[in-house]
Design a protein around this ligand. Structure first.
Ligand code: NDP
Length: 347
């Protein structure tokens, strides 16, 4: 390992494997930056790839295979899934399983694969939220869909208002003891819920590796309490929807392009693309241009300037978007004046 500074690590070059129909780029570790995930042995790439959208049964297999391969070729070792990613539910895991089987899986030991349970997955009382029954059954299904013996990280996808936290965290700890996951994480828990969850997990001697929370220039709920808590407790933080599902890019500045997420999903609707948002992102875009970056690159760099953010978890509907996002790593420094200008726009 080669470290240019104590936070952003670069790895030494290594020879390559050849797998089935896919041979990973032998230079895959030359440009990526890795950051330690809290107080753990795990390094995560500063940019990770999420499979919430664009990898489902409604999407084009040849396109997402290219995205997954390019990601790994560029040093993205972390792929994030959940039981219900698709659509249809489960299909992103199935498709990722196919990609693994058709070659990428040879590199399994170079990958951190995560999945989650917590949102509605199957009908009836046992396919949602945080019971032990649901978490165990769901992880078994996920492992089957992906053709894996274990995942690296298993998350409780959201807090359950009714199930005792002891039950949910106890299930996570037992899942690790059974070897079905190497580490556990929580997602969408607020600071108070997180504090309690960490205490319970520590009591089981299965510390929480990571918290996955929504965080972007347009959504900063984590800043006052959650980020300081995670830092203090030595838990990693991975920021999801760091581009606010594409709003923090130049794609909506001149209208809503056909086949964009806003036209084809329910998670981002055309209504959310308000004149106020476009005014803000237009101004941010000008600052990004002044830095020689696209808005997407700057939005990711802005998150990564905070050393408490272990990784930003991007989605991409094309290889070109992925490559653009990776360029964020080329400039993660902001001067005081830029930061002030950005704050003025955001506030
Ligand atoms: P982003 O905020 O990165 O949004 C991704 C979308 O932004 C893409 O689909 C694309 O939209 C657009 N985009 C990406 N890069 C560019 C670019 N360079 N230029 C222009 N447009 C771009 O992340 P997601 O919302 O997709 O979330 C990322 C991951 O986070 C998920 O896959 C999942 O793993 C995780 N997640 C976790 C949640 C949780 O509850 N724990 C909830 C949500 C996400 P288009 O498709 O229109 O081209």
């Amino acid at each position: 390992m080669d470290s240019s500074d104590s936070v952003n690590l670069r790895l030494k070059p290594f020879g390559g494997n050849v797998a089935g129909g896919y041979a990973a780029d032998t230079n895959r570790y030359s440009d990526m930056i890795y950051r330690r995930c809290g107080r753990s042995g795990i390094l995560l790439p500063a940019i990770s790839l999420g499979l919430w959208h664009n990898f489902g049964s409604v999407d084009t297999y040849s396109n997402f295979v290219k995205i997954a391969h390019k990601a790994f070729d560029c040093g993205i070792t972390h792929f994030d899934l959940a039981n219900n990613y698709g659509p249809v539910y489960g299909s992103a895991e199935e498709n990722f399983g196919r990609i693994l089987k058709q070659g990428l899986g040879v590199y399994r030991d170079e990958m951190i694969i995560s999945t989650k349970a917590g949102w509605d997955m199957w009908p009836g009382p046992y396919g949602d939220l945080g019971s032990r029954k649901y978490l165990f059954a769901s992880l078994d299904q996920s492992l089957k869909r992906m053709g894996l013996d274990y995942v690296d990280i298993f998350y409780s996808h959201r807090p359950d208002p009714v199930t005792p936290l002891e039950e949910t965290m106890g299930a996570l700890a037992d899942i690790v003891r059974q070897g079905k996951a190497l580490y556990v994480g929580i997602s969408n828990y607020n600071a108070a819920q997180t504090q309690k969850a960490l205490e319970i997990l520590n009591g089981h001697r299965v510390p929480c590796l990571i918290h996955q929370a929504r965080y972007s220039m347009l959504d900063r709920w984590t800043e006052p309490e959650l980020l300081p808590l995670l830092k203090k407790e030595g838990v990693g933080m991975i920021a999801y929807s760091p581009l606010a599902q594409g709003l923090l890019s130049d794609k909506y500045l001149n209208g809503i392009p056909e086949n964009s997420r806003a036209t084809r999903s329910i998670s981002l609707t055309e209504k959310q693309i308000t004149p106020e948002i476009i005014e803000k992102t237009g101004k941010l875009n000008k600052i990004a241009s002044g830095r020689g970056q696209t808005l997407a690159e700057m939005a990711l760099a802005w998150l990564l300037k905070n050393e408490s953010v272990t990784s930003v978890l991007v989605g991409a509907s094309s290889v070109a978007q992925l490559l653009d996002n990776l360029k964020a790593l080329e400039n993660m420094q902001f001067d005081k004046e830029e930061l002030e200008k950005i704050e003025n726009i955001l506030n």
